[in-house]
Design a protein around this ligand. Structure first.
Ligand SMILES: [Zn+2]
Length: 85
């Protein structure tokens, strides 16, 4: 019988301010399933939903953060879904 090893939950004492890289998906409406990745060397930011696998890429600048890529995607989705006349 194996003993329980460490609990898998992360230690709560990380003190570096970590930016959010997980967001809610506006397509499948799951929460915290959209991962934002910034490839700063390639100046590309992408978001991808782990549930419905929707994906979006944009060109980023040095000032962009994961939330910016996510916001850009949300803007695009809103345009596609409701902005056309
Ligand atoms: Zn999704």
């Amino acid at each position: 019988m194996g003993k329980r090893k460490k609990a898998t939950k992360p230690a709560p004492k990380a003190k570096a301010p970590k930016l959010d890289t997980c967001f809610d998906c506006i397509l499948c409406e799951h929460e915290q399933c959209v991962d934002a990745v910034l490839l700063r060397s390639q100046k590309v930011g992408s978001v991808e939903c782990r549930v419905c696998h929707v994906r979006h890429e944009m060109t980023i600048t040095a000032l962009d953060e994961p939330i910016d890529v996510y916001s850009n995607w949300v803007d695009e989705m809103v345009k596609v879904n409701g902005g056309e006349e």
